[in-house]
Design a protein around this ligand. Structure first.
Ligand SMILES: Cc1cc2nc3c(=O)[nH]c(=O)nc-3n(C[C@H](O)[C@H](O)[C@H](O)COP(=O)(O)OP(=O)(O)OC[C@H]3O[C@@H](n4cnc5c(N)ncnc54)[C@H](O)[C@@H]3O)c2cc1C
Length: 432
């Protein structure tokens, strides 16, 4: 570490690395861990101290579990709560759908509070060799005269100005996307940003439920209309449940009052669940859900965007942890290969592969999801998908469940996969 004076005369720390990762949520910690495991010298800068709270539903589908396993995380250790599948509830009907057994992938999901999850992941990144610096708030990217990123400025734990240098920066700073914005990467305003809120309750009756429960028939008490989203009740296995809901913005309408919908829903729950005001274990907290790949391109002038900073939350389901970690692995792979090339046009060419590959893997699925959000979910919520006839038709439900949780890229594992791959091939590929 070199310590010197910065231009303003203040004391600046000039720490250098091959890659700087801004933000140690699932995107940043996964990217840093993959990079470090590949032998890349990586600095992971995080404004908070761990453990810290993050507003989330705390639910992972097998897609997310797969990413944890690929990182070498022991999901059999205490603290993880396994689930078998999803339970959809609508109009007094309910149906349980087990996660499919596909190829060699995991056939279970997990829950764990983000308070623990993010701490564990950041520690894993550090254990893999990344240099983790907490209580370091990145304030701006530093660029050379050509506009290419050369590092970041930051504020340290005692508000001291700091500077870090690297030829490549991964922006994993979440929904605020400050680093991307500073480099001129604006959000596509045609893509929706949903809002979601969650609250913890103590419920012995529900905390060990083997299913992630989703409700599709929630109503807005003020208007009587359907919630343009769905509600969830996720077991944490530690005496608590995570209860929350997400809502898409409705064209020309006021934002949904999430608290009113939640209170109304909770009042409908059976008394023996013990989910009520008196058993609440936290305040209700909300946060935005940037979705549908709403910030592009995901690579520009030395900066790669991963996770919520690029709006990678699925427009089908509101799931974002698995997507963040998958994109992080891809970004790390592209960076590792690019760093093996000499600085200049050849390396640049390799880095441009990141958005190209993202588009190839997810482009059509997100495009169709954005359309479904616009014409269906934002107007009628999820109720039409769970029509009693659909709920009584297991094959249809299996297709629906796979569609909502994102079909796996690569060769089809079964007929449902094959069907969805064919459907997605009919969607025109996005141009950028
Ligand atoms: C209510 C709600 C429920 C949700 N439920 C689920 C769910 O059940 N399952 C699921 O898969 N997804 C869920 N999501 C989505 C999921 O939370 C996000 O997609 C996911 O957290 C994205 O990870 P990320 O690493 O990109 O961003 P984040 O998790 O937001 O992490 C960003 C990190 O960057 C740090 N940071 C920000 N600015 C700076 C800075 N200037 N300098 C240094 N550090 C900085 C932050 O402190 C944070 O640690 C939910 C979201 C909400 C709001």
């Amino acid at each position: 570490m070199i310590t010197n004076r910065d231009e303003a005369g203040g004391l600046a720390t000039d720490e250098e690395a091959q890659v700087i990762v801004v933000g140690a949520g699932p995107a940043g910690s996964a990217a840093a861990a993959h990079l470090a495991r590949a032998g890349v010298d990586v600095l992971l800068l995080e404004k908070s101290d761990f453990p810290r709270e993050k507003v989330c539903g705390d639910g992972l589908t097998p897609r997310g579990v797969r990413q944890l396993l690929r990182l070498g995380i022991d999901v059999g250790a205490p603290g993880w709560m396994r689930n078998r599948g999803m339970r959809w509830v609508c109009e007094g009907n309910q149906v349980e759908l087990d996660w499919p057994r596909l190829g060699s992938g995991p056939d279970f999901g997990l829950t764990r509070s983000r308070h623990d999850f993010d701490d564990l992941l950041a520690a894993h990144a550090r254990g893999s060799g990344a240099r983790l610096r907490t209580r370091v708030r990145v304030t701006a990217p530093v660029t050379d005269p050509a506009g290419r990123i050369t590092g970041v400025t930051a504020q340290g734990p005692d508000k001291e100005p700091l500077r870090y240098r690297a030829p490549l920066v991964v922006a994993a700073d979440g929904a605020s996307a400050r680093t991307a914005l500073a480099l001129g990467l604006e959000r596509d305003t045609a893509r929706p940003v949903a809002a979601a809120a969650r609250r913890y309750y103590r419920s012995e009756a529900r905390t060990h439920d083997p299913y992630l429960e989703l409700w599709a028939d929630l109503r807005c008490p003020r208007t009587g209309g359907d919630l343009p989203g769905y509600g969830w009740l996720f077991p944490l296995g530690d005496g608590r449940v995570n209860v929350g809901l997400g809502a898409l913005p409705r064209p020309g309408r006021r934002p949904v009052e999430l608290r009113a919908v939640l209170d109304h829903w909770v009042s409908r729950m059976p008394a023996h669940w013990d989910v009520r005001e008196e058993t609440a274990d936290s305040p209700l907290r909300s946060a935005p859900l940037p979705m549908g790949l709403n910030r592009r391109p995901q690579y520009r002038r030395g900066l790669l965007l991963v996770g919520d900073s690029a709006g990678m939350i699925s427009p089908w389901s509101g799931e974002g942890i698995a997507q963040s970690m998958e994109a992080a692995e891809l970004a790390a792979e592209v960076i590792t290969l690019a760093l093996a090339r000499p600085e200049g046009p050849r390396r640049e060419h390799a880095l441009h592969h990141y958005p190209v590959e993202l588009r190839r893997r997810w482009g059509r699925y997100y495009r169709l999801g954005n359309l479904a959000g616009e014409v269906l979910f934002s107007r009628y919520g999820y109720r039409p998908l769970l029509h009693p006839r659909v709920m009584a038709a297991p094959p249809l439900l299996r297709v629906l469940a796979r569609l909502l949780t994102q079909p796996v890229d690569g060769p089809a594992h079964d007929t449902v996969d094959a069907l969805l791959h064919t459907l997605l091939r009919l969607v025109p590929a996005p141009r950028r």
